[in-house]
Write a protein that binds this ligand. Structure first.
Ligand SMILES: [Zn+2]
Length: 457
């Protein structure tokens, strides 16, 4: 009797799970998107989310099969429920610029700021309950915002996209619903410089598709671009007193870190992007100054060329590295560099990112399947010796890593996620660890492949 009750329960639960992952797109959605603009206001400890506006946009580029996000990536998650049945019909994890800002000194000093953001969901047919949740200290999602949206109401804006810049393709492999759609936007390229923009796309995308796992899965991608000019050339560089009038209002020195660039004008960016199908926005900055940034499921940003020809590989490194953040939800594996964050990874808490761990349970480390039997966890390496080599001597640092006993093995190496102790990375070197031509480590490659499959099924 007891067994049969348990069986019924198991059947019921698996039906629920099965049901939620096999939603029929056409039952709930139309193949275009709804853009929900909202504001996040607060300090380090406080946050208010408020609705700004809801718009219809012409393309839905995401999968029509994988509607529920099974990747468990991101600090936040958008969940959409059919209002009538209460059934979850869409979800998507993401990170926010606001949450990064919340860990800066300014936010810790209780200064209030407002930062805008958008959620893009497939366009619903009937009333939905739209929610935003964020992870608590235990990494569980807690609902922070909820609202009912009637897609057929007069409160939804049904305008054509504001800009009618021409959408072009660099690579087209099939329907946006079955491919990862990267949309490249120009920042600080004038009308006359669009030829440079096209050349930069070609250079950087060539490097991109030489990197595993993108090389072996190139057929899963579409790459679009929009030739939207800026009034003036270049990008703001406040430390040099340089300010230029550009399309997306990007600036170096974000959070007072010279090389960090993020926080595009969200509304302009979304309005420009609306003309194309996209899963990922990549902003190319027309500047020789080293810099960029990438936020998971928000956008990637990269500079376009190096000042010295011998450093030609560096923009390519940044280009691929930032996409690792924005697309794969990967953490920075480095720990020695100057960042603006306080307590980005609270001690002892397992981060959700697939490529770093607090190693609370070495026997069940999340990349267990890639660890060989005779590799100890934590995995020993001469960290002191490595740390004693100056940061600028990257060649010597690289060689030093190659001499380590566990070079080429997946393990758990102390140092990662901006902290020197308490966070472990999976591999000695990786595209997320050192500024070099190193490829993504096996753990990062696996994580990226999973996301590619999610979008292209
Ligand atoms: Zn890695």
């Amino acid at each position: 009797m007891k067994n049969s009750i348990i069986m019924v329960l198991i059947c019921f639960l698996s039906m629920q799970l099965f049901g939620s992952n096999n939603l029929i797109f056409d039952e709930y959605f139309i193949n275009k998107s709804m853009r929900i603009d909202y504001f996040q206001t607060g300090t380090n400890t406080e946050k208010i989310i408020s609705l700004n506006k809801v718009k219809e946009e012409p393309f839905w580029a995401g999968s029509t099969t994988n509607l529920i996000d099974t990747l468990n990536l991101g600090m936040h998650i958008v969940r959409v429920y059919d209002e009538k049945s209460g059934k979850m019909i869409f979800s998507r994890g993401f990170n926010s610029f606001f949450q990064e800002w919340q860990t800066t000194d300014e936010a810790v000093s209780e200064t209030y700021r407002t930062i805008p953001a958008s959620a893009i969901i497939p366009y619903p047919k009937k009333n939905i309950r739209f929610t935003i949740s964020s992870r608590n200290k235990k990494m569980e999602f807690v609902e922070e915002f909820s609202t009912i949206i009637d897609p057929n109401s007069r409160f939804v804006i049904h305008e054509r996209p504001k800009y009618d810049f021409k959408v072009k393709h660099y690579l087209e492999n099939g329907s946006p619903n079955e491919k990862v759609d990267i949309l490249i936007l120009p920042e600080g390229y004038t009308k006359k410089e669009m030829k440079t923009f096209r050349k930069d796309i070609k250079n950087l995308m060539t490097i991109f598709f030489q990197n595993p796992p993108f090389n072996e899965m190139k057929d899963k991608f579409n790459v679009w671009y929009i030739e939207a000019p800026s009034e003036e050339s270049g990008v703001d560089d406040p430390r040099k007193g340089k300010f230029v009038n550009t399309l997306l209002n990007l600036s170096f020195n974000t959070f007072d870190i010279d090389r960090y660039v993020h926080g595009p004008d969200n509304e302009i960016m979304r309005n420009v992007a609306a003309s194309a199908p996209y899963d990922q926005i990549y902003i190319l900055m027309n500047t020789t100054k080293y810099g960029g940034g990438g936020i998971f499921n928000y956008c990637s940003i990269c500079y376009n060329h190096a000042i010295k020809p011998e450093n030609d590989w560096v923009p390519g490194y940044v280009f691929v590295h930032e996409f690792g953040h924005a697309f794969g939800g990967l953490a920075d594996e480095y720990y020695s560099s100057n960042v603006a964050y306080n307590d980005f990874y609270p001690k002892g808490v397992e981060p959700w990112e697939p490529n770093i761990t607090a190693l609370n349970d070495p026997d069940n480390v999340k990349w267990k399947s890639l660890v060989e039997k005779d590799t100890p966890l934590p995995t020993p390496w001469d960290k002191k010796g490595y740390d004693s080599i100056p940061y600028g001597k990257s060649n010597i640092r690289e060689e030093f890593l190659k001499e380590q006993k566990y070079w080429g093995k997946v393990g758990a190496f102390q140092g990662g996620g901006y902290v020197s102790e308490g966070i472990y990375r999976s591999y000695l070197d990786c595209r997320m660890f050192s500024k070099s031509t190193s490829p993504f480590c096996p753990v990062c490659q696996e994580a990226i492949k999973k996301v590619i499959r999610f979008y292209s099924e």
